[in-house]
Design a protein around this ligand. Structure first.
Ligand SMILES: Nc1nc2c(ncn2[C@@H]2O[C@H](COP(=O)(O)OP(=O)(O)OP(=O)(O)O)[C@@H](O)[C@H]2O)c(=O)[nH]1
Ligand SMILES: [Mg+2]
Length: 388
């Protein structure tokens, strides 16, 4: 399952957002360090479910499907707030940074309303954005650079071992594998002699981790209490167009779970349970979504996932009915990466199926495809293998 880490300064609204998108009640308060240990929950990204094409209702093993919209589960990790010096143990310390190890992508949630002075580098929301990134980079760098001279000298002496495998000894702790290191070494330039790597090179390597392996996205929260001008200014400085309101997300989620509205999207209708007060709040919110630059978090997450080249694939056993062996319709929805092949899907289902792969069927076109077939988003695929 895709794992998304929510990080940011204390009070940025991480737990509010976590609560809204996972429907798990957690402590939310207007003081720093409310969260003292990470919260882990499940949220969803949405996809048009292929069920509509076969005029049937799917039976998702995980997640759900509502009116042809498939909710594909993703894991959300709400990390306690980080402050300047966190990489050296200040505030809640750096042990929580370890949670990033599991994350496939990181959302750096910042408070768009923090300190109006968005023109200054050292104050306000910009400070929050840069501070978090700096702390993560420092934390990684410290772990890699520790005793580097001794480590690199020793590793350089071994001429047999691949450089990726040597570096892995230092970065496995961040959840990287040799493939990730290979990717970074291909995208950026580093000496093949580890001893020649300077502290700056290692900083750069860490920056590459946050670009290529665990991409970090800045998302501005509390957009409900800032004007469009502030949003524009922030956008200019850090080039993010992702602005949300965790508070509004929570209002919608609560209104929906309490049965005041019929959907958790903005095209909701009121049920007869909703009173005047609820309607007033929800109408004001709806208006703000129209006039202020606030996006729904689901749309932001979907956009990020698309940008990163994730695709959703539906593996089935019966190419006509799109079912598994028990007759469940479209039981699984897997997140894979653009460029992944039918063979990658086979391995994803099970190592044995990957090893014994024969061919696959594109269930939409009914065409037989080989192991190198490049999967397309929303493909329904049958894998034929020799394994039992
Ligand atoms: N106006 C507004 N307030 C918000 C929003 N999101 C959160 N808040 C408020 O900001 C305060 C902090 O929210 P939390 O969710 O506890 O923040 P956090 O980032 O989890 O904080 P720590 O756990 O201390 O790191 C609370 O008073 C929230 O009600 C938002 O989108 N708009
Ligand atoms: Mg919190």
């Amino acid at each position: 399952m895709l794992k998304v880490g929510l990080i940011g300064k204390p009070n940025a609204g991480k737990s509010t957002l976590f609560s809204a998108i996972t429907s798990i009640d957690v402590e939310i308060a207007n003081y720093p360090f409310t969260t003292v240990k990470p919260n882990i929950g499940i949220s969803f990204i949405k996809d048009a479910c292929p069920e509509t094409e076969i005029k049937a209702h799917c039976n998702p093993r995980e997640g759900k499907c509502i009116e042809g919209v498939r909710y594909v589960p993703v894991e959300i990790i709400d990390v306690p707030g980080l402050i300047e010096g966190a990489s050296e143990g200040k505030g809640m310390g750096n042990e929580f940074l370890d949670n990033i190890r599991d994350a496939d992508l990181i959302i750096n949630l910042f408070d768009s309303a923090e300190n109006d002075d968005v023109t200054s580098q050292n104050n306000g929301s910009m400070h929050g954005v840069n501070l978090i990134k700096d702390e993560i980079l420092k934390w990684m760098k410290n772990k890699i650079y520790k005793d580097w001279q001794k480590f690199s000298r020793k590793e350089d002496m071994d001429t047999e071992e691949r450089i990726e495998s040597k570096i892995l000894k230092r970065v496995a702790t961040f959840g990287l594998n040799e493939k990730d290191i290979f990717l970074i070494m291909n995208k950026d330039h580093f000496s093949s002699k580890l001893f020649e790597w300077s502290e700056d090179d290692i900083f750069r390597f860490c920056g590459d981790i946050l670009t290529y392996v665990k991409p970090m996205f800045n998302v501005g929260n509390k957009a409900d209490i800032v004007d469009n001008e502030t949003v524009d200014k922030i956008n200019e400085k850090i080039n993010t167009h992702y602005f949300i309101s965790a508070e509004y997300e929570l209002i919608i989620e609560k209104a929906f779970t309490n049965g005041y509205i019929d959907k958790d999207s903005l095209d909701f209708s009121y049920t007869n349970k909703s009173g005047e007060n609820q309607k007033k709040v929800l109408e004001k919110m709806k208006e703000d979504y129209k006039t202020k630059r606030i996006s729904r978090f689901f749309d932001v997450l979907t956009d990020i996932i698309n940008k990163l080249g994730y695709i959703i694939i539906y593996p089935v056993l019966d190419e006509n009915k799109w079912t598994d062996k028990n007759g469940n319709i479209l039981p699984d929805a897997f997140l894979l990466k653009d460029g992944d092949t039918a063979l990658d899907l086979a391995y994803r289902i099970h190592t044995d199926i990957g090893k014994n792969f024969i061919r696959a069927v594109n269930c939409r076109t009914k065409r037989i495809v080989g192991k190198d077939y490049k999967l397309l988003n929303n493909d329904v695929i049958k894998i034929i293998s020799n394994s039992r």
